[in-house]
Structure formats: structure tokens, C-alpha cells
Ligand binder design. Structure first.
Ligand SMILES: [Zn+2]
Length: 267
């Protein structure tokens, strides 16, 4: 168990780390940049096994590894978790390497719980979250509201709703309801719920997503213009599964020439 006193300490260390990394935005626009600002080396590599990330201490230097084959928001969380291990002093001359899998990250090991708490505070600081809720005038915390928060903080659906619940902004009942609704949600129903022409606009000082982005992914994937992996990555950012896209990509046997298509368009 991590005491509430220790949790307050960790939240403070997370704030300090943001300042040290020169982060002044609500969400972290580029956590890899932040890593560099903190003078940690990072390595991203798509691995198919269960490793999510790792951190290695070499004298005074730290190297963070993250598996880039997982959805992007998951990779960002792993990075924040590994930064947590460093900033909370979990590495020392005895423990010079820590490796994370789904199993370690969800375990009750005190260091893992601490690193997860650090990651949540680092990615979604309480004050920033309260401010954004006010700016967006969020009252009901619908699925769409959660997606908007995700787009600001670059976090997964789970991380976002858990943080809201931890800070008592939504209660347990609402948390469970959102989890259930999320399961039933498809990309089409999100589009329908907003109306086809509506753009999801977010102030430009934070990360922006628009419905055009979703339509763009859907169009390109269904016409086989982008690979499944690319579509998955783009959708993963919004925590939407590729299976929720209604249309299967067509087979590219018909030799569609994308370059010629654009050239024709210019005439
Ligand atoms: Zn860990």
C-alpha cells in the first residue's frame, strides 16, 4: 500500500519533473521531447513479445525503452511510468534494470504502484484537469467528453477515467458505466452522435483532433491507402479499436495508382 502522504509526495515530484522538462502545456504534447529535456535516452522499438518498457541505469545515465507496437497512448503511459521509476529513486547500484510487462505494471508491487501513480500525475496534473473541465464546460462526462480529455492529455480511455475517479470527479458508478459504454461504442456511432458536419474543436494551444481526422482514417483504411498498422496506430491514439471500423479494406489487386489519382485531380 502506498500511503496518502507518499502519494502527495509523488504528485509533487511529478510536478517538479514537468517543470524540469520545461512542460508548460496542460497535456504533454511530446513525451519523447520531455525525455530528452530530462537528459534520458530513449529507444522505441516494435516488439511482439509482452515487454512494454524498461529502464536501465548506467552510472549517472538512464536509458528508457518502450515497445512501439502497442497503441500509442499505452506507449506514452509506459514512458511516463519508466520516468517515474527514475524520478522516484527506484534504480540504484543494486537495481540497475527494471523491465515492465502487463504483469508487472498491474501488480501490487509498491514500486510499480508508485510508478503508475507518478505516471497518472505526470500526464494528467490535477490543476490542469480541473482547468480543462472548466474550459470545456464538461458536466456530464459523456464518452465524447472523455475523448476530448484524452486528446488534451494524450492518455488512454482507462487512464483518463481512472484519474477522474481517483480525484473524485466521477464516482464509482459513473466509472463502471463509462467502461460499459466504451465497449459498445464504435467509430460510426461516435460520428453519428456528433453529427456528420460537426468538428470536435479544441483550443489550438493544446493538441487538436477533429472529426475529419477520424473520417480520414476510415476513408484511407477502407480504400487500402494506409496499412492496418498505421490505421491501428492512428486510432489507438483515440483508444478506438480497428475492429470497430465497419468497412474492411478492399483488396489492392486492382492496381489503384494513388499518385495518378492526385495528378488527375490537378487538371
Ligand atoms: Zn515498472
Amino acid at each position: 500500500m502506498v500511503s496518502s502522504r507518499r502519494k502527495r509526495e509523488i504528485a509533487e515530484i511529478a510536478d517538479q519533473t514537468r517543470r524540469l522538462a520545461g512542460i508548460s502545456t496542460y497535456g504533454i504534447n511530446d513525451i519523447f521531447d520531455a525525455c530528452q529535456s530530462l537528459n534520458y535516452y530513449y529507444l522505441r522499438y516494435p516488439l511482439m513479445d509482452g515487454v512494454l518498457g524498461a529502464v536501465i541505469k548506467r552510472d549517472a545515465e538512464y536509458i528508457i525503452f518502450s515497445n512501439s507496437s502497442v497503441v500509442y497512448s499505452r506507449e506514452i503511459f509506459t514512458l511516463a511510468h519508466e520516468i517515474g521509476h527514475i524520478r522516484l529513486g527506484h534504480l540504484n547500484s543494486e537495481t540497475q534494470t527494471m523491465e515492465d510487462t502487463n504483469h508487472t505494471i498491474s501488480s501490487n508491487d509498491e514500486k510499480e504502484v508508485e510508478a503508475n501513480f507518478f505516471a497518472a500525475c505526470f500526464l494528467i496534473p490535477k490543476d490542469a484537469l480541473l482547468k480543462i473541465i472548466e474550459v470545456f464546460d464538461i458536466v456530464n462526462f459523456s464518452i465524447l467528453d472523455i475523448v476530448r480529455l484524452q486528446s488534451v492529455f494524450n492518455t488512454s480511455f482507462e487512464t483518463t477515467i481512472n484519474r477522474l475517479n481517483y480525484l473524485s470527479i466521477i464516482n464509482e458508478q459513473k466509472l463502471e458505466l463509462l467502461k460499459l459504454q466504451k465497449k459498445e461504442q464504435t467509430i460510426s456511432s461516435i460520428l453519428k452522435s456528433i453529427g456528420n458536419d460537426a468538428n470536435l474543436c479544441i483550443p489550438s494551444n493544446v493538441k487538436a483532433i477533429s472529426m475529419d481526422y477520424l473520417k480520414w482514417i476510415q476513408f484511407n483504411y477502407s480504400n487500402n491507402l494506409i496499412s492496418k498498422a498505421t490505421a491501428e496506430k492512428a486510432l489507438g491514439y483515440l483508444d478506438i479499436s480497428i475492429d470497430s471500423i465497419d468497412i474492411e479494406p478492399v483488396n489492392s489487386d486492382d492496381d489503384f495508382d494513388f499518385d495518378a489519382f492526385w495528378e488527375d485531380d490537378d487538371e
